[in-house]
Ligand binder design. Structure first.
Ligand SMILES: NC(=O)c1ccc[n+]([C@@H]2O[C@H](COP(=O)([O-])OP(=O)(O)OC[C@H]3O[C@@H](n4cnc5c(N)ncnc54)[C@H](O)[C@@H]3O)[C@@H](O)[C@H]2O)c1
Ligand SMILES: [Zn+2]
Length: 373
């Protein structure tokens, strides 16, 4: 097996390691046994993920009990209390006690719901994240946010519940549908913009190899993203300041998702549009130099054709942005970059410019044939 990398993420409830390596899933039990000894082990996944990856999951270790497999649907519409109940009842029925360990194998939906199940089952049992999407490997599995949606909105019910271990095997991404993979690249570009000019340059030079999921390039990019996310959440677990910079492109992106009832875009696609808008707005109000805005837009374009900008007025998008929970005391805030590799928070200003950007963004992307679509 190729080299294995490891970082420690700090958390008030106990530090944990993120371990990353191509093929590391084969060593699942060895890794699990390093962090604890469990009375029973329960792998929570979805029928789809299990179909794609089940044959890669080893069935038992030397010391720990065999895995019990529990499946629930992982559509965003199934990220509900109902799914949480299904999982909890399956755990009771299979005899899981307080020393049980839960393994979440899947994308952000599985990780968030299984994570919340681990946080609340018998007031908390051990959680191990095994993310299988680009979004989950570079973002959602690290940082301890878990939860479900309510009919009134996304992620309204949840807990901060850090895992004992995050096991990242980039090889698991081979079976990921193309659209999911491309969409996940938005968050990777985001890490470059907010924290690492070198990563951004690497992406510019290697984007086609990345789209081709070349093992070496993919692992490098995933690892650097993990390091950045790990560092940010280690310093600010509860999002009281620094962690907010992870929202670059998200103020606009959330508005697009909300304007289209979360049906038109994958999250990363909305964030991709959001980063273009943030680059243009940053430029308009004198924060982002033209050359940096242009590099961000060019890289986003290489992700492939995005679903079109929605047919809603700039005013409506502005209202949605103001309503977003990320804006404090209903004052609209943006996360902008003053140069690639650096980002900060800015209060919204110059409303006319914001509206202009909301009109302009749709014309900047998707107006020409896309090479890699
Ligand atoms: N907790 C956090 O900090 C955080 C951060 C970002 C996103 N999220 C949440 O994550 C969710 C989105 O997660 P996601 O983007 O990972 O997608 P997802 O969990 O919705 O999975 C996308 C699709 O890919 C399938 N899939 C997953 N892995 C696969 C594989 N290796 N091979 C084949 N198919 C596979 C799934 O079955 C699903 O159909 C949202 O609910 C979002 O709110 C949470
Ligand atoms: Zn995001």
């Amino acid at each position: 097996m190729a080299t294995v990398k490891r970082i420690l993420v700090k958390s008030a409830a106990g530090n944990y390691a993120v371990v990353c390596g191509n093929g590391i899933l084969k060593k699942l039990f060895e890794q699990v046994e390093k962090v604890g000894r469990y009375s029973s082990l329960h792998l929570i996944t979805s029928p789809k993920v299990w179909k794609a990856l089940g044959n890669r999951v080893p069935s038992g270790g030397r010391r720990n009990a065999k895995l019990q497999i529990h499946k629930f649907e992982d559509a965003e519409s199934a990220k509900t209390l109902q799914s949480l109940e299904t999982i909890a009842r399956a755990l009771v029925q299979s005899g899981a006690d307080r020393q049980a360990g839960l393994l979440a194998l899947g994308g952000g939906v599985v990780g968030d719901v299984a994570g919340f199940a681990a946080a609340s089952y018998l007031r908390g049992v051990a959680l191990i994240q095994i993310p299988t999407t680009l979004v989950a490997q570079t973002d959602s599995a690290i940082g301890g946010k878990t939860g479900v949606n309510l009919p009134e909105g996304k992620n309204l019910l949840g807990a901060f519940y850090p895992p004992k271990l995050v096991l990242v095997d980039p090889e698991l991404l081979r079976t990921l549908p193309d659209r999911e993979f491309r969409s996940g690249l938005a968050e990777v570009i985001k890490y470059g913009v907010i924290a690492d000019a070198k990563l951004f340059g690497f992406l510019e030079r290697n984007f086609e190899r990345l789209l081709g999921r070349e093992a070496k390039v993919l692992k490098q990019v995933i690892w650097r993203s993990i390091e950045i996310k790990g560092l940010v959440v280690s310093r600010d677990e509860r999002e009281s300041g620094l962690r907010e910079i992870l929202n670059f492109g998200h103020t606009f992106g959330h508005a697009l998702e909300s304007a289209t009832n979360y049906k038109k875009y994958l999250h990363g696609e909305a964030v991709a549009w959001g980063m273009v808008a943030a680059a243009l707005y940053g430029h308009e109000i004198g924060v982002t130099p033209a050359a940096d805005a242009s590099r961000i837009i060019s890289l986003v374009k290489r992700m492939g054709k995005l679903p079109d900008w929605p047919d809603v007025s700039p005013k409506h998008l502005e209202e949605l942005m103001t309503a977003d929970k990320k804006s404090r005391q209903s004052r609209l805030r943006f996360f902008l970059t003053s140069r690639i590799g650096k980002a900060a928070t800015y209060e919204a200003c110059e409303q006319a410019k914001l509206e202009q950007v909301l009109r302009l963004t749709r014309k900047v992307v998707n107006t020409e044939p896309v090479l890699h679509g």
